[in-house]
Design a protein around this ligand. Structure first.
Ligand code: NAP
Length: 320
């Protein structure tokens, strides 16, 4: 008998086809609306496999309710939306999609760094608002990227891909990571720094750790105080790593120069969020991995791993 799976959003056709060949598929088929919680609880009760996105909290309630569940396949590299501990206790496999999105997310991170440094969104809005009356020496001036110091917090796959891009811009690259990586330091020409050193010396700070209990509010008031008044903070990891209230105060009081944010504590971020009032913040709706090719690859990787797990084999990207 074919296993039954639930897919929490309309996914690319190629991945859906792979799954439909081998499973009885039920899918929340709306592209722009997440599955309502009560539907998710109901639909997962009897399934063998779950294909989900970071928009769904796969928590204790869902996992304990789903008595047949064997595999949860998350179409993302981060899996902080899943209660992995409870899944492990129930012998449920959890998988993610590392690697295929590394370069695309590093591209976006560098693009966000550049947009923030050179005030691209603000400048475009300035022009469209009819404020461009003349060229003037200090109009819309930003920070230089070439030759600047970049501090990467979390030198994993994306952190390393970002470091390579930064080297192409003649940046001096520092990193802080929970484990030091001498081989990569040598290969890429990077310097290790303590978190405090990195925060106080960098012109640009990019956060690329996963979101865990240890990284929750890793950047708060104390850390922001250490940064240069000309510093730009770039977060393309997860919103909860930065204390948003502290960030708002630091930006408002010009203790740091600007921030580029692809991620927020609560997503979608409310239009009333104070950070959205500030002109020195570039905001994006969590599009780090959003290239057509990469999203298709992520869906295919998640589908393949879901099938492997359902067949009793070990998925390629098992996190527990
Ligand atoms: P990765 O290869 O696992 O890299 C994470 C790095 O963070 C590792 O080097 C790890 O150190 C380090 N780290 C973990 N906990 C730490 C801590 N407490 N303090 C310091 N360093 C710590 O992951 P990745 O593929 O680069 O992805 C990184 C994160 O980016 C994901 O978890 C996800 O949240 C986010 N992401 C966002 C988007 C987006 O759309 N904006 C897209 C993709 C990914 P070790 O080497 O010691 O393990």
């Amino acid at each position: 008998m074919k296993p039954t799976i639930y897919i929490t959003r309309k996914i690319p056709d190629e991945a859906l086809q792979i799954l439909e060949e081998e499973c009885n598929v039920k899918m929340w088929d709306k592209e722009d609306q997440p599955v309502p919680r009560e539907v998710l609880v109901k639909e997962t009760r009897e399934v063998d496999g779950l294909f989900c996105l970071l928009t769904e909290a796969i928590d204790k309630e869902i996992i304990e309710n789903a008595s047949h569940l064997k595999v949860v396949s998350n179409m993302a590299v981060g899996y902080d939306n899943i209660d992995v501990e409870t899944a492990s206790q129930k012998n449920i496999m959890v998988t993610n999609t590392p690697g295929v999105l590394t370069e695309t997310t590093a591209d976006l991170t560098f693009a966000l760094l550049m947009s923030t440094a050179r005030r691209l969104i603000e400048s475009s809005n300035y022009l469209r608002a009819g404020k461009w009356s003349t060229w003037s020496p200090m109009q819309l001036t930003g920070q230089d990227i070439h030759g600047a110091k970049l501090g990467i917090i979390g030198l994993g796959r994306i952190g390393q891909a970002l470091a390579k891009r930064a080297k192409g811009f003649d940046m001096e690259v520092y990193y802080y990571n929970r484990s030091r990586k001498p081989k990569i330091e040598e290969e890429l020409g990077l310097q290790y720094a303590s978190l405090e050193e990195l925060l106080s010396d960098s012109d640009f700070i990019s956060i690329l750790t996963p979101y865990t209990a240890e990284t929750h509010h890793l950047i708060g008031e104390k850390e922001l105080q250490l940064m240069k008044s000309s510093a730009c903070l770039i977060n393309t990891s997860r919103g909860g790593i930065v204390n948003e209230d502290a960030l708002y105060s630091a930006l408002k009081q010009k203790k740091i120069w600007a921030a580029g944010l692809d991620v927020f504590d609560e997503e979608p971020v409310s239009l009333n969020h104070p950070l959205l009032e500030l002109s020195n913040v570039v905001t994006l709706p969590h599009i780090g991995s959003a290239s057509i090719a990469t999203r298709k690859k992520m869906a295919a990787v998640a589908a393949e791993d879901l099938l492997l797990g359902l067949k009793g084999e070990t998925p390629k990207h098992l996190v527990n």
